[in-house]
Design a protein around this ligand. Structure first.
Ligand SMILES: [Zn+2]
Length: 141
């Protein structure tokens, strides 16, 4: 079976291969939703979390690698950011898909891990890789 994300030349060009530090936020995307949705998810994450310099990008439950905020900003049209993505309906990305949602979770034990899932419905609740407990929706989001 072919991995659809193998053809994601833009997203893959942004990925740095290195061992991720354990505290990096994780962004989970699904290859079935396509590269543009994955890209839009990255943009949406860094728009909400300007303080994050990088995320660990996972595709179909497998680590793809680290993606830096700077690389994402360089790759997309700067007009995407005009007025902020959270103006209006929350996710307005001319040229990129807007019909997905970004589900955010945190570890309930000390909030040490954060995870975003890009998709169209919530799907299974992620588990904290350290504590082995179900993560909870990020109440702040
Ligand atoms: Zn935990």
């Amino acid at each position: 079976m072919t991995d659809p994300s193998a053809a994601w030349t833009l997203v893959r060009s942004l990925v740095r291969q290195q061992q991720p530090p354990g505290d990096l936020p994780v962004l989970e995307v699904h290859s079935v939703h396509g590269e543009e949705t994955a890209m839009a998810g990255l943009v949406a994450w860094f728009d909400r979390h300007n303080e994050d310099t990088a995320v660990l990008l996972r595709v179909d439950d497998k680590d793809l690698g680290i993606v830096d905020q700077d690389a994402v900003l360089d790759a997309v049209d700067p007009t995407y950011y005009r007025g902020g993505l959270d103006a209006g309906d929350g996710l307005t990305l001319p040229g990129l898909p807007t019909d997905f949602r970004l589900f955010e979770y945190v570890c309930p034990i000390d909030g040490h891990r954060r995870k975003g899932v890009v998709g169209f419905d919530a799907g299974p609740t992620p588990t904290c890789p350290v504590h082995g407990v179900a993560m909870v929706p990020d109440a702040a989001r």
